[in-house]
Design a protein around this ligand. Structure first.
Ligand code: NAD
Ligand code: DAU
Length: 350
């Protein structure tokens, strides 16, 4: 298959690209604007493959999207390009509206024109796969899980923009017959995670001897999925999922933020003890909470497991240990990002 991956230079898109080249025989064209979050070095492991190509362009640019579709002739569009960071959406929502809503609209319109021009057999086989988030469902109390039929209740500019994009995708499927798929996934973590997100931020700041910022009292709960397991789920869905369907993806690994931070500190204590021999947990600092901070997300992924035979392959304990080891072994990858002074106000490290 030929897969056009928007946002393929990002955290999840690069994991999907590496998987499809290294563990399958698909051809991939990455279509990415290379915003602050696009990191080309995450694609270095596959950059010499003759099944890999790259276009630097904006998903809001209809001509560039159309040209890429016509030139590459994909069987699947995997649409991951988005502004993805909740805190940034609170500080500046405009880019989220533009990329997540206008960009998804542009992708849908151009994909629809391309799809209509395909032969009947290729039209039948084509998929537009929209990659979305569990945050569209809002916030849970102590009990319950999000299912595919949970009502939408987005509460941040980021999640509202993703919810809107999900609705656009389903509308293009329902109204125009475009064969669409939607997946809503919980928090990913693993190698090549951009340093502004909780897990890499804590690892890097710990190593630099900086305070480890925990929002509020650290009791907020996220469900964590190792990124390569998400890539496996995405592949299963666009290869075998039923058009028009939505699949929830989750890790069965709910953790309180404070427990995640303490786990990372414990792993670093074993692997890279502080020069003064004191525990990294001493660096934990409780800071002002995120405005409108969702309390708990939890995913029921039983539909994906039942219908497509997918399950997470890595426990949180295995995945977080692998992740800490990867950041210890690949300081060049993240130091390069910090040297470009991305988001240094928020990261608080130079
Ligand atoms: P990311 O921020 O790491 O990467 C986003 C990528 O999109 C970057 O390479 C960036 O350059 C590119 N991009 C941004 N705006 C663009 C534009 N206008 N045109 C073209 N490219 C553009 O994001 P991620 O964490 O890899 O998330 C990927 C997708 O998965 C997003 O749609 C996100 O909403 C969704 N998602 C993320 C998670 C998570 O835990 N990270 C969980 C569920 C769903
Ligand atoms: O649930 C899926 C979502 O997960 C994705 O849709 C988003 O794209 C992705 O960014 C992620 O959103 P979160 O807001 O959950 O991720 P983040 O890493 O920003 O924060 C995780 C939790 O940790 C959240 O409860 C806020 C908290 N946090 C975050 C940071 C950056 C802290 O306590 N301290 C921090 O410094």
């Amino acid at each position: 298959m030929r897969i056009l991956i928007t946002g393929g230079a990002g955290f999840i898109g690069s994991a999907l690209t590496r998987r499809l080249i290294q563990h399958a025989d698909h051809e991939v064209l990455v279509f990415d604007k290379l915003t602050y979050a696009g990191v080309l070095s995450s694609l270095e492991p596959v950059s010499t493959s003759n099944r890999y190509g790259f276009v630097q362009a904006d998903v809001c640019d209809a001509e560039a999207v159309s040209a890429a579709l016509e030139a590459f002739q994909p069987d699947v569009v995997a649409h991951l390009a988005a502004e993805s960071h909740v805190d940034r959406s609170i500080d500046g929502p405009g880019a989220f509206i533009q990329t997540n809503l206008v960009g998804t609209f542009t992708m849908l319109q151009q994909a629809l024109g391309y799809w209509r021009g395909l032969s009947e057999a290729r039209r039948h086989a084509f998929r537009f796969h929209h990659i979305s988030t569990d945050e569209v469902f809002g916030s849970l109390g102590e009990d319950g899980f999000f299912t595919e039929t949970t009502a939408y209740d987005p509460r941040s500019p980021y999640s509202a923009s993703k919810a809107g994009s999900d609705h656009l995708v389903r509308a293009w499927g329902h109204t125009y017959g475009l064969p669409v798929l939607v997946t809503n996934c919980s928090n990913n973590y693993g190698p090549y995670h951009f340093p502004e997100k909780l897990i890499p931020l804590i690892i890097i700041r710990a190593l630099k001897g900086e305070p480890l910022p925990v929002y509020g009292d650290g009791s907020n709960v996220r469900d964590w999925l190792y990124v390569d397991d998400h890539a496996r789920a995405l592949q299963a869905v666009f290869e075998r999922g039923e058009p028009g369907q939505t699949y929830n993806v989750g890790g069965d690994a709910e953790r309180k933020n404070l427990d995640v931070v303490r786990t990372i500190c414990g792993l670093l204590d074993q692997r890279r003890p502080r020069p003064d021999g004191r525990p990294y947990a001493e660096q934990i600092t409780f800071v002002t909470d995120r405005p409108g901070h969702d309390h708990r997300y939890a995913i029921d992924a039983s539909k994906l497991k039942r219908e497509l035979g997918w399950a997470p392959s890595v426990t949180f304990e295995e995945g977080i240990a692998r992740t800490v080891d990867w950041y210890l072994d690949n300081a060049g990858w993240w130091q390069d990002i910090l040297d470009k002074r991305y988001a240094t106000q928020r990261l608080g490290v130079a």
